[in-house]
Design a protein around this ligand. Structure first.
Ligand code: GLN
Length: 537
């Protein structure tokens, strides 16, 4: 079921196989009917993760990239909507030569083709199937698994079932029934799990493992505990100690004792310093995030992860103070007075912008380290134009029908990909955004250059509006903002900063998508460093 951690389980398996020297690919099959998650509300489904190629994907791709360091692409993400779209396009094109189109074989063949595509030079393709066993939408995917294990053979395929063992407090017992039933469901569809990965809050007693092995038809060594962890980056090692990667390799005939020792060493070398910092941080620092979706933490998952990574880079634990942008100004200011750094993250629509503008003003006036991300940059420009340059009606075309549009649609600019781009007001939602990786030129003698240490960087984007520098250069300059990063044609401001402040920087991109636990993003680690310096500890 959702929230059980399939994404983190799949990512951890990927990371462990990489440590054994294997190359991997991560793919996600989502049974919902949307074409992609781009138009889904982050409040319900969590964040939309943006890949290098601009694909708007499920947030699990963020875990894949953070745990394994590989770059995923639109070719690795499939939804039912996409499968049907493809099959229907073929049908209109006459590719099926008059035959009637059915779930089996036409839909399942498309899914199969997706799983096998681009895997020739890869040792392992790890496919995560979204949803819950038994969901109507999921049936074609499970059927495809069944077919694939016949076509490729058992020695080339493996099914890992992530399942839940609830702990019933009054009985002080872990219950195996939900797992028994979901395995029965799978078996009724012709799929036998090879490994049971059992999410539980308590260790699995031996008799529970025996019971699950017996009733689920699984080798007892392949019944594994996936215990709740305090920190997701402790999970690969936890799985390793449980024997997961060893059992996977055994299944494929790839395990031997010498290799096990090597893997123990490799895991130690790669993760032990991080584990030490996670478990024994040298200091704590408090950062405020002012947003609209603060109740559902998954809505900002890459952001929270990037903040945590930045903490690790500074050997610190970062506590996030979540501030609801729609709270009363007094409540917001009180919370802001307790933090050493402020982040205004990305967002859409005018709801909550007053709270965010207030936070930016507070950071600017009180010299609190500040990082603005995408909408956070746009609002930083609006705040400075209104409160420093005195243009009180400065705004974005996203929020208002009239005013001085310092943030606007930008027409006809040349991208780093050498194409002319333009966005317009009436463009359909879910296809009009600047998406994916773009190059940015950084000015020397700037905070941005200090942070990145480079003159040319790339970052991922997901937004419709831009800073209207061409038209309002004078106002923006008067407001004290300096443009320290631009698009390669020099037209679009990508990074802004203030010289009259110890650390005030904002980016039009989403740096949080490119941070990982072992390699924190420099913007975040510099913010945390500045926040620690501010606290004087
Ligand atoms: N709503 C703004 C835009 O579309 C910012 C988007 C974002 O923060 N990702 O330009």
């Amino acid at each position: 079921m959702s929230s059980l951690g399939k994404g983190i389980a799949a990512s951890s398996i990927g990371a462990l196989l990489q440590l054994r020297g294997y190359s991997i690919k991560m793919k996600k099959l989502d049974p919902y009917i949307n074409i992609d998650p781009g138009t889904m509300s982050p409040y319900k489904h969590g964040e939309v993760f943006v890949m290098e190629d601009g694909c708007e994907a499920d947030l699990d791709f963020g875990h894949y990239e953070r745990f394994t360091g590989i770059c995923c692409s639109s070719k690795d993400s499939l939804t039912t909507g996409r499968v049907y779209q493809k099959v229907l396009d073929k049908e209109r094109h006459g590719d099926y030569l008059g035959s009637d189109i059915q779930v089996i074989p036409h839909i399942t063949n498309e899914i199969k083709e997706f799983i096998l595509r681009n895997s020739d030079d890869i040792d392992f393709t790890i496919c995560e199937i979204g949803g819950t066993v038994g969901d109507i939408e999921g049936l074609p995917y499970i059927e495809t698994l069944r077919q694939l294990s016949i076509e490729l053979g058992k020695s080339k395929t493996m099914c890992i079932h992530l399942t839940f063992l609830p702990f019933i407090r009054v009985a002080e017992e872990l219950k195996t029934k939900p797992t028994q039933h979901s395995v029965k469901q799978l078996q009724s569809m012709g799929v036998q799990p090879d490994i049971l990965l059992c999410r539980s809050e308590k260790p699995l007693p031996d008799e529970i493992k025996s019971k699950l092995a017996m009733f689920c038809n699984v080798d007892k060594d392949n019944v594994m505990a996936a215990l709740d962890a305090n920190n997701i980056y402790l999970i690969p090692n936890q799985y390793h100690l449980e024997g997961l990667d060893k059992q996977i390799c055994k299944h494929f005939g790839l395990s031997n004792d010498r290799m096990e020792k090597q893997v123990d060493e490799a895991i130690k070398n790669k993760w032990s310093k991080l584990t030490d910092i996670i478990l024994n941080p040298r200091k704590t620092v408090k950062i405020a995030v002012i947003g609209k979706y603060t109740k559902l933490k998954d809505a900002y998952i890459s952001l929270t992860q990037a903040i945590a990574h930045a903490g690790y880079a500074n050997e610190a634990k970062v506590e996030i103070s979540w501030i609801n942008a729609e709270d009363e100004p007094d409540t917001i200011e009180k919370k802001l007075s307790e933090v050493s750094g402020i982040i205004v993250p990305g967002g859409f629509s005018s709801r909550g912008i007053d709270g965010k503008l207030l936070a930016i003003k507070y950071a600017r006036e009180n010299k609190i380290p500040f990082l603005g991300i995408c909408l956070g940059l746009q609002l930083a420009v609006i705040e400075s134009c209104r409160n420093v340059a005195g243009v009180t009606n400065a705004t974005s075309r996203e929020f208002s029908k009239s005013g001085t549009f310092v943030i606007d649609f930008m027409k006809n600019w040349t991208t780093s990909k050498d194409s002319i781009e333009s966005r317009e007001e009436d463009g359909a939602k879910g296809g009009t955004m600047r998406l994916g990786s773009y190059e940015c030129k950084i000015a020397e003698n700037s905070l941005a250059f200090e942070v990145y240490g480079k003159k040319l960087i790339t970052e991922r984007h997901r937004h419709r509006y831009e800073v209207n520098y061409e038209e309002y250069k004078d106002i923006i300059t008067k407001s004290g903002l300096v443009i320290s990063g631009t698009s390669t044609d020099g037209k679009l401001p990508e990074i802004i900063e203030r010289k009259d402040h110890p650390f005030f920087i904002a980016t039009q991109a989403h740096p949080e998508f490119k941070s990982s636990p072992l390699s924190a993003h420099p913007l975040f680690s510099s913010l945390i460093k500045a926040a620690i310096a501010k606290e004087g500890n």
